[in-house]
Design a protein around this ligand. Structure first.
Ligand code: R5P
Length: 293
């Protein structure tokens, strides 16, 4: 079933795998509340419910919860495919007394009948442990590396991890691209959200090309701060690559102003920079599960 937040991400893998789309009537009331109605028998069906939960995350989760509950109530087994998993960045308490939002999401998904979750480039491996059902994160990093190598003109670029959390992803990107990677040091004030970015002490970016790789670009603060450091040091070209291009509000313009020459993301979140198709690795993974049965 293709959820309301994902026409492209739902229909493409279904076509790739030759799976039928579940017919559903979705009605939205004037207050924005929705209801679903299925006209076919669901009993015994295994349903892939595709619904990314990018902003507005709460609305997209509610749409997912309602669909999953109805499907499971009617006798279907629900495997939720959530390419962008909202709240994944709050997979732990950063300050004493803070909620671990992702744990609540995991709990709610289970309570509405979800029996398995698949996602793309989950923010942290730590978050996976909060789910008491099978959960798997496929990676769109190979697709991003391949796309940039093929279509973006860069001269022997260096790949940058803007923070420690991005290091593994960035090393994988660099290995696939066939180049080296470096890591910046990011510290975030957990109260104001303000970030401080530091480059390795001996870095001389003069005349070089860089690809800054992150899992998500949200307000753009992380990528803008990395780019400003590189461009101030004389970098020739900076490309920003991310899996989830959330790009809130004026973020695209902010990044261009900071000196980013090109931004490339995938289609886990529909955006103006979604050039890489993350349904490919997802369909490949789903095929392996279906083949197991
Ligand atoms: C943080 O740990 C993430 O990997 C991203 O670096 C961060 O969430 C990006 O957010 P923003 O674009 O608002 O800096």
């Amino acid at each position: 079933m293709v959820g309301p937040s994902s026409q492209e991400f739902g229909t493409k893998p279904a076509k790739r795998m030759g799976l039928p789309l579940l017919a559903v009537t979705t009605t939205e009331f004037p207050a924005g509340e929705i209801k679903y109605k299925f006209d076919e028998k669901l009993d015994g069906l295994e349903v892939l419910l595709v619904q990314p939960t990018y902003p507005p995350a709460d609305r997209h989760y509610m749409q997912l919860f309602l669909a999953s509950h109805l499907l499971s109530q009617e006798g279907a087994r629900v495997h939720a495919v959530i390419p962008y998993l909202g709240y994944a960045r709050q997979g732990k308490a950063f300050l004493p007394g803070e909620i671990v939002s992702l744990g609540i999401v995991a709990h709610l998904l289970r309570s509405v009948g979800v029996t398995r979750v698949s996602t793309v480039d989950m923010h942290s491996a730590e978050g996976l442990a909060l789910f008491s059902m099978p959960i798997y994160s496929v990676s769109a990093i190979p697709g991003l590396a391949q796309h940039i190598k093929t279509y973006v003109k860069l001269d022997d670029p260096i790949v940058v991890a803007p923070d420690a959390g991005s290091a593994k992803r960035t090393q994988a990107f660099a290995a696939l691209y066939g180049t080296k990677s470096i890591q910046f040091k990011k510290s975030r004030d957990r109260v104001t959200g303000r970030i401080k970015m530091e480059a390795p002490p001996k870095l001389d970016p003069k005349g070089r090309d860089y690809v800054v790789v992150d899992d998500v670009i949200s307000t753009g603060g992380t990528i803008a701060a990395s780019t400003e450091l590189l461009k101030k040091g004389g970098a020739r070209k900076v490309v920003a690559a991310c899996v989830h291009a959330v790009l809130l509000g004026e973020t695209y313009d902010k990044l261009i102003k900071s000196g980013v020459d090109e931004i490339i993301g995938t289609n886990t979140v529909p955006s103006r920079v979604s050039r890489v198709d993350a349904t490919e690795p997802m369909a490949a993974y789903l095929r392996t599960i279906i083949a197991e049965k």
